[in-house]
Design a protein around this ligand. Structure first.
Ligand SMILES: Nc1ncnc2c1ncn2[C@@H]1O[C@H](COP(=O)(O)OP(=O)(O)OP(=O)(O)O)[C@@H](O)[C@H]1O
Ligand SMILES: [Mg+2]
Length: 250
């Protein structure tokens, strides 16, 4: 038995002529906080999509807690305990912040809402409000999606993902589209909430200050391949990474 919570073994994926994953092999220990970096189109979201079942690899295996999940559906994978947030938050525009949270909770419930179990009993509302409180967005609970900032939308999307007490969380660009001064406060908050609930965290990030501050280890993607897998300082000093990933080569 491996102690690693998530393993990918030689995973490959092509879309027509594009190689989005090329022999991607990683082993993520339980409790890790790792980041995924790479230029546009490098394969970061494809990695997240494959681990969460939205995209099926052409070859290779994905293991979660030593069980093969390669051919499982997104819904099954979610139920096993792997959750994600999206590069563009997936929120329902017609619903308020609280209502979006209630929907996420009901989708995560062991028994879906039904005739005899309402989705919005007082205890459901209390639980949703408590989660919004943790993410410091409870003041926005009555607002619609068009009335909240990009930062609040990002936090809500992550709050919705954590509603089912995941074991692994994949965050696809948690700070993209967010005002520069909001980035660190948002990451501080997300890390505080997630680490308190013992979740293994993989986050996709373009901002190297955030990568350095929050991740223990970095996976650098280029052309669907992982070209570096090491501590942030090592990865950012790597010649290949500087040339193809961060563009900082002299
Ligand atoms: N469903 C799809 N159909 C066709 N091509 C796809 C699909 N998903 C991804 N690709 C292609 O695979 C490559 C990797 O895409 P991916 O979205 O994983 O990149 P990324 O690293 O997340 O980039 P970004 O930083 O822009 O989000 C790109 O060339 C992309 O166009
Ligand atoms: Mg992406």
């Amino acid at each position: 038995m491996s102690g690693d919570v998530l393993i990918t073994e030689d995973v490959n994926k092509t879309f027509d002529a594009v190689t989005a994953a090329n022999d991607v092999s990683v082993s993520v220990p339980r409790g890790a906080i790792w980041s995924l970096i790479g230029s546009n189109g490098a394969g970061k979201t494809t990695f997240v999509n494959m681990v969460t079942g939205y995209v099926k690899p052409d070859t290779g295996r994905i293991l979660f807690e030593n069980a093969d999940i390669t051919s499982r559906s997104p819904r099954e994978i979610t139920r096993l305990g792997i959750r994600r947030s999206f590069q563009i938050p997936q929120l329902c525009a017609e619903l308020s912040v609280l209502e979006n949270m209630l929907v996420a909770q009901s989708l995560n419930a062991a028994e879906p809402p039904s005739f005899w179990r309402q989705a919005r009993s007082q205890s459901d509302v209390d639980r949703a409000m408590a989660t919004l409180e943790k993410f410091k967005i409870v003041d926005n609970s009555d607002r619609l999606m068009g009335e909240i900032s990009a930062g609040v939308r990002k936090l809500l999307d992550i709050a919705m993902a954590i509603a089912g007490n995941p074991k692994v969380m994949l965050l696809d660009e948690p700070t993209s589209g967010v005002a520069a001064e909001e980035k660190f406060p948002i990451m501080d908050l997300v890390m505080e909430v997630l680490t308190a609930s013992d979740v293994t965290i993989l986050f996709v990030e373009h901002d190297m200050d955030i990568v350095t501050r929050y991740s223990q280890r970095v996976l650098a993607f280029y052309d669907g391949r992982i070209v570096a897998n090491d501590a942030p300082d090592e990865v950012l000093a790597d010649e290949v990474v500087q040339r193809y990933v961060t563009g900082t080569a002299r």
